[in-house]
Each structure stands twice: as structure tokens, then as C-alpha cells.
Design a protein around this ligand. Structure first.
Ligand code: ADP
Ligand code: MG
Length: 262
């Protein structure tokens, strides 16, 4: 408690001189804030001044058409080398991610589950999870993860890459939670999966949400993401065109039609 108060007092994130700090609603500093991010792939300018903030435990749906800049924004937050973040600040729990390399962002609690899932060939389900815990800080125990993902427990000795697409997605999420993380970044977790499997992963993510994990979910399946999320940010051509309650987007067919094609 004391530590939290102290950290709040010295909070100085998310703003430049003369610019209003990014604040969570209610005036409290945001747990996560991205402020005026600009990023390039070579000459290609793909993230064009993106700002948003997230409160602790909140789920944000980051939406937009194909090519809008969603993956690029997640990669910028995870501090991967490409795209190159040339301007902006990213703060997570009072730490300046924008000053970090990817491995440091990871050590400071950022976990990106990429679209292609990256299950390690030649390792069983259990070994994939154990590998995530080879270095501290550890998150949930493997037993607790099997509790959350019973299918993984049933297949713990099976090679990870032989799982179905939905099971591999579960393994990728479980692997992120095997570390002690503060921000979960999910890039199209439902992509290519049958509706019944999407529902199963949705239920799992509901459980993760109940446990208070701060999350950004990028999805083409906007409706599913909006049902899970508290808030939504819509990107279009590298810029934020909407930031508000997820319910507002569900209620606004015109907005969905214009920017999401659903
Ligand atoms: N590795 C890359 N090199 C060059 N341009 C890229 C690369 N990856 C994506 N882009 C371009 O960046 C823009 C944003 O892409 P991306 O962030 O992947 O969009 P989204 O995830 O919203 O579909 C698109 O115009 C895309 O073609
Ligand atoms: Mg993408």
C-alpha cells in the first residue's frame, strides 16, 4: 500500500512539457498510457500519433480494418525492432517502456501473444510452459494454468505444434500467463478458429479478465472483442478515430460500418 502511494507521488509519465498528462478516468494516473506514438517501417509511416490509456484490470479492444496499424501499435508497445518508434511515450505501471528494448519491456511485464502464436517445435505443451518460467519473475504455476485451460492439462505430454489451432492459441495465452505480467497483448486470438473454439477461448479470456489482467485485444472479429472489452479504440490509417466504451461501438452500427466493416 505504502509502496503504491509512493509510486503515485513520483508518477511523471505520459506527458511532455506543456501537454496534459494522459489520465485514467476519475483523474487517477493511467496504469498504461501510450502518448503520441509515431512509428515507421523504413519510409512507411504506419503509426501516426496514437494515444490512449488503460486503467488497471481494464480490457481494451483495439480495432480497425486490415492495415489500420493495430499490429504495428502492439509491436511498438512491446518494443520490437520493427516498426521503429520515432516519437512518443509508453508508460506501464510507472515504467517508461519507450526507453526500453523488447527484452526489457518483457522483464517489465509486457507479454505479446502474436498472431502466429510461435509454439516452439519439438517441445511438449508442458515444456513450452516450463520454458516460459526458466527465468523469473514467474507468473501462475503450470498447475494453475491447467486449471484455467483444462484442454492443455489433458494434452500436457503432446508436442505443442501438433495441437489444433484453438489449442495452440490457448497454449500461447497460457505461456504469457506463466510469466508475471502486467499487460497482456493479444493479436487476433480468434483468427482462423471455428466458432465453437472461439467461444471456448472467449470463456477463458473472461476468466482472465475476472482475475484483473490488464489486456489489449486486437481482433477482426470486432463483435466478439467488444463483448469481452470494457473500452474500444478504433484505428484508421494509423490514427485513432474513436476512443470510448465498448458498448458505444456495439450500439453504433454506423461507426462499425465506417471503420470496421461489421
Ligand atoms: N513488415 C512490414 N514492412 C512494411 N510495411 C508493413 C509491415 N508490416 C505491416 N506493414 C504496413 O503497415 C500498415 C499497418 O499494418 P498493420 O499494423 O499490420 O495493420 P493491422 O494489424 O491493423 O492489419 C499497413 O499498411 C501494412 O501494409
Ligand atoms: Mg494485424
Amino acid at each position: 500500500m505504502t509502496e503504491t502511494l509512493l509510486k503515485d507521488e513520483i508518477y511523471q509519465g505520459g506527458h511532455a512539457p506543456g501537454v496534459e498528462p494522459v489520465r485514467g478516468r476519475g483523474g487517477a494516473p493511467a496504469y498504461f498510457s501510450a502518448w503520441d506514438l509515431h512509428a515507421y517501417y523504413g519510409e512507411s509511416y504506419v503509426v501516426q500519433g496514437v494515444s490512449f490509456d488503460i486503467r488497471e484490470g481494464e480490457i481494451l479492444a483495439l480495432l480497425g480494418r486490415n492495415g489500420a496499424g493495430k499490429t504495428s501499435t502492439l509491436r511498438s508497445i512491446a518494443r520490437l525492432d520493427a516498426p521503429n518508434l520515432t516519437h512518443g511515450e509508453i508508460w506501464l505501471d510507472h515504467k517508461p517502456l519507450h526507453e526500453m528494448k523488447a527484452y526489457q519491456a518483457s522483464q517489465n511485464g509486457v507479454a505479446l501473444v502474436p498472431e502466429d502464436r510461435r509454439i516452439i517445435p519439438g517441445l511438449t505443451v508442458q515444456q513450452n510452459l516450463q520454458l516460459a518460467q526458466i527465468a523469473p519473475p514467474h507468473g501462475w504455476s503450470v498447475e494453475r494454468l491447467y486449471d484455467l485451460f483444462p484442454r492443455l492439462g489433458e494434452r500436457k505430454n503432446q508436442e505443442g505444434t501438433t495441437l489444433s489451432g484453438g489449442e495452440q492459441q490457448m497454449l500461447a495465452i497460457a505461456r504469457a500467463l506463466a510469466r508475471d505480467i502486467k499487460l497482456l497483448l493479444l493479436d487476433e486470438p480468434y483468427e482462423g478458429l471455428a466458432p465453437v473454439i472461439v467461444q471456448e477461448i472467449e470463456r477463458t479470456l473472461e476468466n482472465v479478465k475476472q482475475l484483473g489482467m490488464t489486456t489489449i485485444i486486437v481482433e477482426q472479429n470486432a463483435i466478439a472483442a467488444l463483448h469481452l472489452a470494457d473500452r474500444a479504440v478504433i484505428l484508421d490509417m494509423g490514427e485513432v478515430v474513436f476512443d470510448g466504451a465498448a458498448q458505444e461501438v456495439l450500439d453504433n452500427a454506423e461507426l462499425r460500418h465506417e471503420y470496421l466493416a461489421v
